[in-house]
Design a protein. Sequence first.
Length: 135
Amino acid sequence: MTAEMMKSMPMAEMPMGMDMMAMQEAIEACSACMQACTMCSDAMGGMEDMGTCASMCANCADMCTTMMRVMMRPMAMDMPSMMAMLEATIAMCKACMDECMSHAEMSETCRMCAQACEMAMNACMKMLSSMKAMA
């Protein structure tokens, strides 16, 4: 539905050549990561010695939510700030992925969360690369 809505939006202010498919993939990957991180944070929050993981997941969920929301408002997009946000989201997803991977053998939740973080990180890197190619 998001892709269809974006197609119907007046894009007069949108930078020409913006890779809307990469943006759609990043929106979907950030949504999936936000969901996985929220569930992982909840699952790890009550476990002993998993406070760092729970907090990292909560932070990553918040970053992905914010990134997703910004991408869903492409009118008059500010390229430098969007690129900086993508870089920050990539860094947060990487940190969360690394943290969850350190628990992946003992927790299927952490393994799946790490996988979602990696997918969001890769989608945001693809989006960032497409934006750098336009600059």
